[in-house]
Design a protein around this ligand. Sequence first.
Ligand code: CA
Length: 227
Amino acid sequence: MQTILLIEDEQKIARFIELELTHEGYTVIKAEDGRTGLELAEKGGWDLMLLDIMLPGLNGLEVLRRLRKSSDLPVIMLTARDAVMDKVTGLDMGADDYITKPFSIEELLARIRTALRKKQSAALPMLTVGPLQMDIARHAVSVDGTPVELTGREFSLLQHMMENQSIVLTREALMEKVWGYDYVGETNIVDVYIRYLRGKIDEAFNIKLLHTVRGVGYTLREDRHET
Ligand code: CA
């Protein structure tokens, strides 16, 4: 379950947001002033913060400024209609998004989903082996910046090999990891997919990353010494 910290001093608005978000399956914890909100935020464990700007004590921009010293928690600002400067300043300070009051709950939910998705994909690593790059979140592979089109299975196989670069992987290990325990068939399916990958990467770009280790299996590594 995803947990949202809501810092909003207007109790009617806060209660309305809490009710709607709880209904959508989020856990909502409220704070009514900036100082309490910041303290809660700094304790961590949140997935997202909804931050009103006009707050007693510390205002929202100050909360954001202090929070950003130690946290990249996604923050959506709740701003007044005319507060253009607040929006600009807030975004400059590292807010992820803002929503202008009054807003519909559908719009708020959509922005929350977007911010949470962005957070998730940012957490996925970029894999690099020599000129070969894999962006797991975008399901994209490139060699020296040139995109390489892979099927789902080719992508999974390459991902596993990139995550274990320079390690020799047996056919059985690759089978188990990429095709699953339940796969009934010959392990030479691995050889077939290695050939596909070689065609699309090594041969297409005239490089050598996929190496056969005779009698054992395969390894992916950058080999600068090979001609
Ligand atoms: Ca307020």
